[in-house]
Design a binder for this molecule. Structure first.
Ligand code: APR
Length: 346
């Protein structure tokens, strides 16, 4: 999964590089800066002293010392002063310059904190938006795993409007699921009585007209109970359906796996093994990348052995986005993260 939002302490991240939200002196401070310096040990400060500081928006690398990460990339975010002083452009520079430094060092994985969203006062939702946009733009043309590490729950917010709409949708789904199961239960009971009644009347009929009449009625009865089977070729595997759908969509393979937040290695594995069975989040991620409707998405994931359920919050959130025509997997993952759910991708 190229872009992962994760709740953690960045000093614990086992990645090639962690990014430090530093200040211009690079001589340590509070928040992430303090945590990284404490965890890395004195060697980090000694190396930082030689860097002669860092300008806001720029990024400089040092060793990771006692951190699990091999490198620390120090960047200095803008102090929020209302938004009219080029803060967003400077914050973007922090992400883009840090990613460029990580790329230059040959890093395969890098972890960011939410730069400027603490002491420097950048509005958290805006800070998340800028971080996501920059990381997505970088991943469109690079192969790397990038983590956005969220330290405390309050640091990560999706819009209250979106949260409200999703919560309402979840409630409706739970209610209709409950009513459906009630209705289904009543229908099954009614049907069972009907069958018994039919059997009774049919046995009399059989005596009069022979068994054919009863058998015909049963066929009619059973057909209305048969599960709806879409107009799909049930023998097609997940992988075969996926690649047929990619061809039909006109997308390239790269476009598809990037949109699915799946890395090239996993995609190649799916392509080379027609019976490969992905996880449910991966199967759904491809349905999102292909912009399938609920029927199409249900058919695709069914071939990996999964189904949507209106009593599973994760599924209902996905259904919300598909039925509202929102196929931006990063937006969907932000919402899934906000609701403590597994992210889409692999
Ligand atoms: N791991 C991950 N994220 C963390 C951690 C941690 N251990 N500690 C704090 N955070 C989060 C905060 O919750 C916030 O969302 O990092 C984000 C950035 O907060 P700050 O560390 O305050 O950084 P910033 O807002 O960029 O301010 C930088 O603070 O520490 C000083 O020396 C630093 O002067 C500089 C200023």
């Amino acid at each position: 999964m190229p872009f992962i939002i994760e709740r953690n302490d960045i000093t614990r991240m086992r990645v090639d590089a962690v990014v430090n939200a530093a200040n211009n002196t690079l001589l340590g401070g509070g928040g992430v800066d303090g945590a990284i310096h404490r965890a890395a040990g004195r060697g980090l400060l000694e190396e930082c002293r030689k860097l002669n500081g860092c300008r806001t928006g720029e990024a400089k690398a040092t060793g990771g010392y006692m951190l699990p990460a091999k490198y620390v990339i120090h960047t200095v975010g803008p102090i929020w002063r209302g938004g009219g002083h080029g803060e967003e452009a400077l914050l973007r520079s922090c992400y883009m310059n840090s990613l460029a430094v990580a790329d230059g060092l040959g890093c395969e994985s890098v972890a960011f904190p939410l730069i400027s969203a603490g002491v420097y006062g950048y509005p958290k939702r805006e800070a998340v938006r800028v971080a996501s946009e920059c990381i997505e733009a970088f991943l469109a043309s690079h192969e790397m795993t990038v983590y956005l590490v969220i330290f405390d729950r309050t640091s990560f917010e999706i819009s209250s409007e979106l949260r409200g709409e999703i919560e309402e949708y979840i409630d409706e789904a739970y209610v209709s699921e409950h009513e459906d199961s009630e209705r289904t239960y009543r229908n099954r009971m009614a049907a069972a009585k009907l069958t018994l009644k039919k059997a009774d009347s049919a046995s009399k009929k059989e005596k009069r007209e022979g068994a054919g009449a009863f058998a015909a009625e049963c066929v009619l009865y059973d057909a209305c109970e048969a599960p709806a089977v879409g107009p799909f070729d049930l023998d097609e595997s997940f992988s075969e359906t996926l690649f047929r759908r990619i061809d039909e969509s006109g997308m390239t393979d790269v476009e598809c796996y990037k949109r699915a937040n799946v890395d090239r290695k996993l995609f190649s594995k799916i392509k080379s093994d027609k019976n490969y069975r992905p996880s449910k989040p991966t199967a759904i991620a491809f349905a999102i990348a292909l912009r399938l409707d609920m029927d199409g998405a249900s058919d695709l994931i069914k071939r990996a052995g999964y189904a949507f359920s209106r009593s599973i919050k994760f599924d209902v959130i996905i259904e919300y986005f598909i039925t509202h025509g929102i196929y931006d997997i990063y937006k969907i993952n932000e919402a899934l993260f906000a609701f403590d759910q597994t992210l889409l991708g692999q």
